[in-house]
Design a protein around this ligand. Structure first.
Ligand code: ADP
Ligand code: MG
Ligand code: MG
Ligand code: MG
Length: 406
């Protein structure tokens, strides 16, 4: 039997995934194991390994040397698997309740072996079906406050932060964000995916607007240069598992040191897109629609409020910098995070309407004309919050802007 250390990279099959689980002694030698590839993401393989009698199960995620969504013509570094497992381990130290435990990782094989979360649902799927998650906002607010604070110069020893940030240099995945979120959607670029009927609206509203482009250029520069904290980097609702009691965040392969507002903005953008899509999904159930959309708005407000409160608690409890006791410094910092967050949320909303990867919430709208109407509203909303982000004074104010577009 080859030892794991000798193994060179090869994509796993269900058989080799079972063998790996046994070699790692995560199951007994004579256990009867079944494996299925369950990945529905754009980039990686995900295997679920289950023991027949006890039902005990684990997940093995493996990076492919290319992007699954495009194929072998788009090579992509396997190093993202190392980044993902190191990020999960760091995050588990800070917020174990919100993080799958990693049992094994191997950067050569590009695998991460972790908790099976199949008892939970991917939040994007639940929200499309108008499922309310009572703890989602509080959990994500706390997740954001703890991870964003304790990995920053505000909450981590500043020498340690420099060393830690060196392990999360993630140029290839950052470039995906730089291109697909910040650049391509704002130009008539061939990676965009736009229906012909929608194109004139995009050309006029987005591509021809120089003031919008100036703001987005600033936001992109912030993403490129503001190495404040270790981000998740891809915190959309497809990266969150939840039920009534539990919330767990997966898939941090885009992790890198970037601006604190980025993850918050990504989450808020995805809630906004679900909100707009419910105008159609729940059109025949006006009462349910009103109730569910109201819930989504409380998710936005509560997530920010919990983040802000908890960040404040941590700031006062564990200051790493002498200036943190200076009157006004916390307020100034939160204010900047808030403005960055709104700008990033706007970019993420626009990118999902124009760019390479859409969101199921909106793409599931079958009637093309209706779908394009939702996309137009989303594009206008994204543009408004980017342009006005410096004048949006509170989370309630942001929510009020959002409601104008429903
Ligand atoms: P990708 O990076 O390719 O997007 P994800 O980590 O998002 O991969 O996983 C893709 C899918 O695989 C998830 O949407 C989920 O259905 C499943 N999956 C991933 N991790 C787990 C897990 N720990 N437990 C159960 N299912 C998982
Ligand atoms: Mg994913
Ligand atoms: Mg759990
Ligand atoms: Mg991913």
């Amino acid at each position: 039997m080859t030892t794991l250390k000798d193994t060179t990279y090869e994509p796993l099959t269900t058989d080799t995934a079972i063998k790996l689980s046994k070699d790692l002694q995560l199951f007994n030698e004579d256990d009867l194991l079944f494996a299925h590839e369950i990945g529905d993401g754009n980039l990686n393989l995900v295997f679920r390994i289950q023991e027949e009698l006890t039902g005990k199960s684990i997940i093995i995620k493996q990076a492919l040397p290319y992007a699954k969504v495009v194929g072998t013509s788009w090579p992509l570094t396997l190093d993202r698997s190392r980044i993902e497992s190191e990020s999960l381990k760091r995050t588990y130290q800070l917020v174990p309740n919100y993080t799958p435990k990693v049992y094994y990782s191997d950067s050569e094989l590009a695998v991460t072996v972790m908790d099976d979360l199949s008892h939970l649902t991917i939040v994007r799927k639940g929200l499309i079906e108008a499922v309310q998650y009572p703890k989602l906002a509080k959990d994500i607010g706390l997740f954001l406050a703890h991870t964003l604070f304790y990995n920053s110069d505000f909450g981590l020893n500043q020498q340690e932060k420099k060393i830690q940030s060196g392990r999360f240099i993630n140029p290839e995945l950052c470039k995906i964000t730089e291109d697909l979120v910040f650049t391509d959607p704002f130009f008539d670029h061939d990676t965009n995916n736009i229906d012909e009927q929608l194109k004139p609206f995009v050309a006029e509203t987005i591509w021809a607007d120089q003031s919008l482009k100036l703001e987005v250029a600033q936001l992109k520069q912030t993403f490129l240069t503001k190495a404040e904290t270790l981000l998740h980097g891809d915190l959309h609702t497809g990266s969150i598992f939840a039920n009534d009691d539990e919330t767990v965040v997966i898939d941090p392969e885009f992790a890198y040191y970037g601006p604190i507002g980025f993850d918050i903005g990504a989450f808020v953008a995805n809630i906004i897109l679900n909100y707009l899509s419910q105008d159609v999904h729940l059109a025949d159930h006006p009462d349910k629609k009103a109730e569910f959309q109201k819930y989504l708005l409380t998710v936005i407000t509560e997530t920010w409020n919990v983040f802000e409160e908890e960040f404040t608690v941590l700031w006062n409890k564990h200051p790493q910098d002498a200036f943190m006791n200076t009157n006004g410094y916390l307020g100034q910092t939160l204010d900047q995070i808030f403005k960055d967050m709104i700008g990033f949320a706007g970019c993420k909303v626009i990118r999902r309407m124009i760019g390479l990867a859409g969101v199921e919430d909106v793409e599931a709208i079958i009637d093309l004309k209706v779908r394009n109407q939702v996309k137009q509203r989303a594009l206008s909303l994204g543009k408004e919050i980017i342009l006005n982000r410096k004048d949006i004074s509170s989370i309630e104010h942001l929510v009020k802007v959002v409601t104008k577009y429903a």
